[in-house]
Design a binder for this molecule. Structure first.
Ligand SMILES: Nc1ncnc2c1ncn2[C@@H]1O[C@H](COP(=O)(O)OP(=O)(O)OP(=O)(O)O)[C@@H](O)[C@H]1O
Ligand SMILES: [Mg+2]
Length: 329
């Protein structure tokens, strides 16, 4: 088990996982996970389906008891002081929890009432949250009519009612279109700028890259890597240049051109696609020029950055999915 202290001297972590283990029958869903999140920073908990992300978050937010180990949130132990933990955190689950039949405003008021916020304060607060999450125009429509992005934003607004210093988000942007996703990222950056500590789970390296100060990668319940986004991407290796030619007959001449950069080239005949290691844009521009000069018609050309799959392949020797396609290196 690797434990890395992110703790800044004199500053207790806002979130701490201490050797968390969760078993369901014979299956060990979380197998000794430890990490620490300094206040005002973002930790991305990254992993494929079934890695143990939700189970870890559920243990840290008092929703399920660890088999062993513990966690601390805002300095309080989830086992010994669950009420205190709940009072200092917000949680947005993987599945939206807002009531479909109520309006956005009614949802906020209902949950706010449960938190014991006074009605007068709640009126002002709900207006403010709806505004902050760009939902004012839809505030009085039933949630059933909301788009996926609007639901996520409402969910997040609801979890912020109690102004928690620590926020847990379980796959906040899964299923959102790219625009809704980047809008939500903006909102989250704003919260962190105001001092919120954020733990978010994601399957997307890009999301962790956009938001996280530190990333913990888990697979099959264990931490397999951790570090800053930059550190992880460096581990995952160089970028790839990916070219799709229009005509299968052009694969071989295109391969020869790509090989001129000194790269290893992998040819996927079925997809009419060539993949080569590349250093960056300069390689791509050079290759694009050669392809044009040789009259090869290209359907698509681009640089592909190391993905979560690449990190996984490198770390574990298996891919996150059953995708059998291999990229030669
Ligand atoms: N209540 C439960 N009972 C039995 N097994 C469970 C339970 N909850 C989770 N598991 C198992 O624990 C493992 C981890 O699940 P978990 O939901 O934590 O993964 P995840 O990383 O959140 O995946 P996803 O990306 O699909 O949300 C899985 O193998 C899952 O089947
Ligand atoms: Mg999950």
């Amino acid at each position: 088990m690797s434990v890395r202290a992110y703790t800044v001297v004199g500053m207790d972590p806002a979130i701490e996982a201490i050797d968390l283990v969760k078993r369901f029958g014979d299956e060990t869903a979380v197998d000794g996970v430890s990490f620490a999140v300094p206040p005002g920073t973002v930790l991305g908990l990254l992993g494929p389906n079934g890695a143990g992300k939700t189970t870890t978050v559920r243990m840290m937010t008092t929703l399920t008891e660890p088999t062993s180990g513990t966690a601390r949130v805002a300095g309080y132990d989830v086992g010994a002081e669950p009420d205190r933990v709940r009072r200092h955190m917000g949680l947005t689950g993987q599945v939206a929890t807002v009531d479909e039949l109520l309006t956005g405003r009614e949802n906020i008021r209902m949950i706010g009432g449960l938190y014991g916020i006074r009605r007068k304060d709640l009126n002002a607060l709900s207006g403010q949250l709806l505004e902050q999450f760009s939902l004012t125009h839809a505030a009085d429509r039933v949630v059933r009519s909301y788009s996926g992005g609007m639901r996520r934003r409402l969910d997040l607004a609801v979890s912020l009612l109690a102004a928690p210093p620590v926020l847990f988000l379980d796959e906040p942007t899964t299923g959102l279109d790219p625009r809704s996703r980047s809008e939500l990222w903006e909102v989250l950056r704003g919260l962190v700028a105001q001092g919120t500590t954020l733990l978010l789970t994601t399957q997307y390296l890009e999301e962790a890259d956009q938001l996280a100060d530190n990333i913990v990668v888990i697979d099959r319940g264990r931490i397999i890597a951790e570090g800053s986004p930059l550190e992880l991407k460096q581990q995952a290796g160089r970028a790839s240049l990916v070219v799709t030619v229009a005509d299968t007959a052009d694969l071989e001449p295109a391969r020869a051109l790509l090989a001129r950069t000194g790269a290893d080239v992998f040819v996927d005949t079925g997809a009419r696609r060539l993949t080569a290691t590349a250093d960056g844009l300069d390689d791509m521009i050079q290759v694009a020029g050669w392809l044009r000069d040789s009259g090869i018609t290209v359907d698509d050309i681009g640089l592909s950055r190391p993905s979560l799959d690449d990190v996984f392949l490198m770390l574990t020797g298996h891919r996150t999915t059953d995708d059998s396609e291999e990229v030669g290196a």
